[in-house]
Design a protein around this ligand. Structure first.
Ligand SMILES: [Zn+2]
Length: 220
């Protein structure tokens, strides 16, 4: 923890106009709504960037913070924004802190997650269409496309259809992080009635909490 705070202070003062008083320097900084998803540009087996404040490595999400006095930028993790109380600047130029800012951070991550997961899933879908031209006529495939566009999440049986087709056609699924919808009753029933092997193929796309529940259900 000591190192954490010292790294943050050192890096912040280095990029601020104020060079001594950390609290004063902190007031020069704010963030808007720019969040970077490092998974999007990641090659397999390379590590993700670190937080430019605390130097903690392997961040998926980086937020860009700006210095209003010298226009410097730093890419930092969301926990540093919360911990060091960096202001969120809204459209009218008001500074927002605390719970309101934190919930905005979480919303930004959710939106970015939907966008980028779909981006990766859609590029795999496009690849699938190239190698298997008939699939575009398949009604499950059409449903899948619609559900991703509209809900950002897909039904379990459609996820299974997709993963099987990706595998049969040799399409790389390592970067896909589509989400399986388990809100609707129909979706829960589909999953409850799946075989254990089918569940294993799609379990990575189920959120952690529900996956724990279903791992137990399927005896994994
Ligand atoms: Zn950090």
């Amino acid at each position: 923890m000591k190192n954490y705070i010292e790294n943050c202070k050192k890096n912040l003062l280095e990029h601020s106009i104020e060079k001594d008083d950390y609290e004063i320097a902190l007031d020069e900084w704010y963030f808007l709504d720019e969040v970077i998803d490092n998974n999007e540009f990641l090659e397999i087996n390379t590590s993700r960037p670190s937080c430019e404040l605390c130097e903690r490595e392997d961040l998926r999400w980086q937020f860009v913070i700006f210095n209003k006095k010298n226009n410097n930028q730093l890419k930092v993790g969301s926990s540093c924004i919360k911990q060091f109380n960096v202001a969120l600047l809204d459209k009218s130029g008001n500074k927002i802190y605390g719970k309101e800012r934190n919930s905005k951070i979480n919303k930004l991550i959710t939106i970015q997650r939907i966008n980028s997961s779909n981006k990766m899933t859609f590029s795999a879908l496009n690849e699938l269409c190239k190698v298997n031209k008939d699939i575009e006529q398949n009604s499950l495939f059409i449903d899948c496309w619609t559900q991703l566009k509209v809900n950002g999440a897909i039904e379990p049986k459609i996820a299974l259809f997709l993963i099987n087709n990706f595998n049969w056609n040799g399409i790389d699924i390592s970067k896909i992080d589509m989400k399986i919808d388990l809100q609707k009753r129909k979706c829960i029933e589909q999953l409850n009635n799946m075989s254990k092997n089918a569940y294993i193929s799609i379990r990575l796309y189920i959120n952690d909490k529900k996956r724990k529940h279903y791992d137990k259900y399927f005896g994994i």
